[in-house]
Design a binder for this molecule. Sequence first.
Ligand SMILES: *Cc1c(COP(=O)(O)O)cnc(C)c1O
Length: 389
Amino acid sequence: MLDLHRVRADTPGCLGQAFLDSAGSSLPPRVVTETVITHLRREAEVGGYRAAAERADDLADVKTALAALLGAQPGDLALTESATRGWADFFYSVPLAAGEKILVSEVEYASNAIAALQRARSTGAVVEVVPSTPTGEVDLDALARMLDERVRLVSLVHAPTNGGLLNPVREVVDLAHAVGALVLLDACQSVGQVPVDVVALGVDALSGTGRKWLRGPRGTGFLYVRPELAATMEPAALDLHGAQWTEESGYRLAPDASRFEFWECSVAGRLGLGAAVRYLLDLGIDEIEQSVSALAEYTRTELAAVPGVTVRDLGVDRTGIVSFTVAGVDPTRVRESLAAKDITVTVSGRGSTYLDMSRRGLDAVVRASPHYFNSFDDVDRLVEAVDGR
Ligand SMILES: *Cc1c(COP(=O)(O)O)cnc(C)c1O
């Protein structure tokens, strides 16, 4: 059991409001904010190079901590400025030729889909959409029928941005690998709220972000690349960190996933990410999952009992994302009237998950995403406000 009193005391932002947007940009624990600010101050005193050198061990620990969370090795990770940056760094490096295929899931995140469509245009490859089952997960039978040796990559979203379902991963990986296709997992909404083990899942690459469930700073993210691939793949873009200029017309790639990184970064942000992951590891991801799941289920049950409210979540296995609509009220209006009562939720619009929302005839949903630092009182405040009480 998590010590709710302690984690709330560590989270100044959660006092005095019901903050229910960890799927958007969560509230960092105090240690994260302090880490970032302290480093920025130090940079102002001694310059960025010296300040970074002083924190070399902590900087190395960012990957060590992330690797511990993901069941990976530090060298399998590239630190990026966002989940999308990491996703794109891998995706644009996968060789594609005319007639080859990229499969995407129906709950695909817009940025991934746009990149896939762009590459299809430039290479002559084809993007195909794997349908979902009636309960919302990727349809494994349909996937099996769509897979053949022309498929180069399957893009799978672990937990979609607009609803509470969790997709099966291992089954997708096994099917894809049987025809030699790679699996790139968008774990932006899962890492930090549910256990994610890259070896158990068998994915070829995985992207995640700092600012959501990990409670890290904005402008941080990461990419995991399976070590055999990281050692052989040529990144689409390189700099003097991903490769070394060793002769007039030659360079040598870094031996591991750091070949996908660029040299320059927000050092303060990275240190903050490291602090966030250490904080999470300290609490334990299993405890976090239990707590998030209990809060989210409570939110669904209570909201569903409010007249006019429809909970829109699909999925058998569910996450901390709760999506709903209120009959006759625009989701943006719902968000704004909740904000006026110090209740923070967000709206997920059709443009973020175009295929899924279009299929379900939805323009937008209200998204409430409780994290373990939320109390059941926070949820009660949300439900009462939605109910107009
Ligand atoms: C938020 C989100 C992203 C993008 O994360 P960034 O850190 O903004 O790049 C990608 N995929 C899903 C499913 C998301 O919800």
